[in-house]
Design a protein around this ligand. Sequence first.
Ligand code: ASP
Length: 328
Amino acid sequence: MNSDHAPDVASSSTRRRAFMLVAHGGAGTIRKRVMTPEQRAAYREAMTDALRAGCDVLSAEGTSLDAVQAVITVLEDSPLFNAGKGAVFTHDGTHEQDAAIMDGSTLRAGAVAGVQHIAHPIALARLVMERTKHVMLSGDGAEAFAREEGVPLVPSEYFSTERRWAELEKARQAEEAGGAAGAAVGTRLNRDLGTVGAVALDVHGNLAAGTSTGGVTNKRWGRIGDSPIIGAGTYANNACAALSATGIGEHFIRNVVTYDICARMIYGGESLDQAARHMIGTVLVAQHGDGGLIGVDRDGNITMPFNTEGMYRGFVGPDGAVTVKIFE
Ligand code: ASP
């Protein structure tokens, strides 16, 4: 299993005021040999831009929620990632996106699932949290809510890219060749990499987490992944940590991954890194549950484990130095 560590800001004398921000752009098969230097540079640049946007919020003493949203908005605007522009195609050639955001200081959360015309699903998830008494809205209802809130709807083509279309065609061919087995929604991650997420600790000591995704290529029947499900793909609680996951969503739902990590911390006294590594490296590996996650705890310690070849990921703290990694 792969893992990274940032400097332990908890040991710093500025402990109570130190912010920390971590982001991911999806985990899966990222072939070192196949990726050109230009492609690597493009991903690094996009991740860096996103982390800088969040860092600007946090260094101005903004909230972790605003920072998480700022990071994800930049990644949703980039066609490189499977969120917003560049989202994967469903079996029917549409785009159905899921997103969630959670405030660790209040446990308030907002999520949208299966939205088809929202350029920034993370922003709509935030509106669900702040403007309704609900946690999750889906499909047409979520878009009716968006209209009421004055959020512009965009045509489906806004999200479409040639690269994702080619991935759909490949998936359809594999499905035809593989029959029922190939029809399963659990498509391989090398086809639909690029879910995005962010977690942050702000100078006020509050945690937040967010995740946004187009889901998996060739999905059908209104399939929803783990990303918008609180406790599965997204979770934040000031009592423990903020987490955002990426990988084969069905495994992350079954194992209630992000909440389970918090539970191990609260009830078992484990550190964030211990609990996260156990989940990604032991529990999910045993189930062939490919993926990874990012997390930050209330002391600013971070974790970024993954059990795949790579995960686009990075972090930035109070010194403003952005670190971005793709492989081990
Ligand atoms: N977890 C996402 C889903 O299953 C996909 C991903 O992270 O690549 O919808």
